[in-house]
Design a protein around this ligand. Structure first.
Ligand SMILES: [Zn+2]
Length: 101
């Protein structure tokens, strides 16, 4: 996708945040077809927090992701940051590498 720089992120609601792109709500490799504008920071957080299987089975809508306590905590933090900044969330220690597919 191109020309989405002024899109509003479906997750954090920021407009024109870096790396905003059409992101699959359910991972494409798990059969997801719906895409929503998602900024790079939210996309990174989502993939660092949940596996593709979890995104398919438990967090298959924007609303479910938004309702999760971990996402709320991230959002509270993100809103204090510079709107132009892009953050990369690194996977937490201890998570099985093989689960991230
Ligand atoms: Zn976002």
């Amino acid at each position: 996708m191109s020309g989405t720089m002024d899109a509003t992120c479906a997750y954090c609601g920021r407009t024109g945040a870096p790396k905003t792109h059409g992101h699959h709500v359910v991972p494409k490799c798990k059969g997801g077809k719906e895409t929503r504008p998602t900024c790079g920071s939210c996309g990174s957080f989502i993939h660092a927090t949940w596996s593709h299987n979890e995104l398919r089975d438990e967090f298959d809508t924007v609303e479910k992701v938004l309702a999760d306590g971990r996402f709320q905590k991230y959002l509270g933090w993100l809103r204090k940051q510079s709107p132009a900044a892009h953050f990369k969330t690194f996977r937490r220690n201890g998570r099985a590498e093989g689960k991230y597919r």
